[in-house]
Design a protein around this ligand. Structure first.
Ligand code: IPE
Ligand code: IPE
Ligand code: MG
Length: 233
C-alpha cells in the first residue's frame, strides 16, 4: 500500500517549535533540544518523499530569535553550520534542492557563504525542494519588497499584489498549501504572513523533536478533509 494520501498538499510549511520544552521535560539544556530537533528534520525529510510532498519550507530561525540569550543563539548557529557541513552531500545525493528565505547579511560571513554554496550545488535537483527560513521575518520581508519597488521607481498607483509577491524572498515559490505548527502553540510568529493568507493551518500536539511520520500523516489526513474556498463558495 502506498503512503501517499489523496489530495496531498504540494507545499507544506512547518513552524518547528518546542525544542526547548522537549529538552526541559528531560532535564536537558535547551541546546540538546535543538540537536534533537535537527535529527528529527532528517527523518521528516525522508517521510516527505514517501508521503508525496514536493516542497517543504521550514522555519529554523526568526528575525526575533536574536533576542534569545547569546549562548543559545551561538549554539543554534553552530548546529546549523554543522548540518550544512555534515548533511549537504547526502541531501544532494538524494536530489534535494536547498533554498534560503530570509536575510543572509547579518550572519557570519563564513556561514552565509556555506549557505550560498549549498544553494548553488543543489540548484538543479528536483526530488524535494527544501526552503529554509533562516533569519526570516514576514514583516521584514514585506518592508524589503516595498523598499525595492520604491527604489525601482514604481508609482504608488501601479503597485499590485503580484508585484509585491514577486519581490518577496519567495518570489518563484508557490504559496504554502498547509502550514503546520508543532508544540500546540497557536500563533504564526511572523512566519509567511503574506504567503499564508489562504493556507490551511494545522497544530500538531507534540514538540518538534517528536513530530514523526505518523504525525505528518495525521496532518495530511486532516488537510485532505478541508474544503479550501479562497473566499468563494
Ligand atoms: C523552536 O524551538 C526552535 C527555534 C525557535 C530555533 P524553541 O526553541 O522555540 O522551543 P520552545 O518553544 O522554547 O519550547
Ligand atoms: C517560531 O518559534 C520561530 C521558529 C520556530 C524558528 P518561536 O518559539 O520563536 O515563537 P514564539 O516566540 O513562541 O512566538
Ligand atoms: Mg518556541
Amino acid at each position: 500500500m502506498s503512503d501517499k494520501t489523496e489530495n496531498a498538499p504540494y507545499h507544506v510549511a512547518i513552524i518547528m517549535d518546542g525544542n526547548g520544552r522537549w529538552a526541559k521535560q528531560r532535564g536537558l539544556p535547551r541546546v540538546a533540544g535543538h540537536r534533537a530537533g535537527t535529527d528529527n528534520l532528517r527523518r521528516v525529510l525522508e517521510s516527505c518523499g514517501e508521503l508525496g510532498i514536493k516542497m517543504l519550507t521550514i522555519y529554523a530561525f526568526s528575525t526575533e530569535n536574536w533576542r534569545r540569550p547569546e549562548e543559545e543563539v551561538k549554539g543554534l548557529m553552530g548546529i546549523f553550520e554543522d548540518v550544512i557541513d555534515r548533511e549537504l552531500p547526502e541531501f544532494h545525493e538524494k536530489g534535494v534542492r536547498l533554498r534560503h528565505i530570509g536575510r543572509l547579511d547579518g550572519l557570519k560571513p563564513v556561514f552565509a557563504d556555506k549557505v550560498r554554496k549549498a544553494i548553488e550545488l543543489t540548484k538543479n535537483n528536483d526530488k524535494l525542494i527544501l526552503n529554509i527560513a533562516f533569519n526570516y521575518g514576514g514583516r521584514a520581508e514585506i518592508v524589503e519588497a516595498v523598499k525595492t519597488l520604491i527604489a525601482k521607481g514604481v508609482k504608488a498607483d501601479d503597485i499590485t499584489e503580484e508585484m509585491i509577491s514577486a519581490h518577496l524572498y519567495t518570489a518563484d515559490v508557490p504559496d504554502p498549501d498547509l502550514i503546520i505548527r508543532t508544540s500546540g502553540e497557536m500563533r504564526v510568529s511572523n512566519f509567511l504572513i503574506w504567503q499564508g493568507a489562504y493556507s490551511e493551518y494545522y497544530l500538531a500536539p507534540v514538540y518538534w523533536p517528536d513530530f514523526d511520520k505518523e504525525q505528518m500523516r495525521l496532518a495530511l489526513e486532516e488537510y485532505a478533509k478541508r474544503h479550501r474556498r479562497f473566499g468563494g463558495l
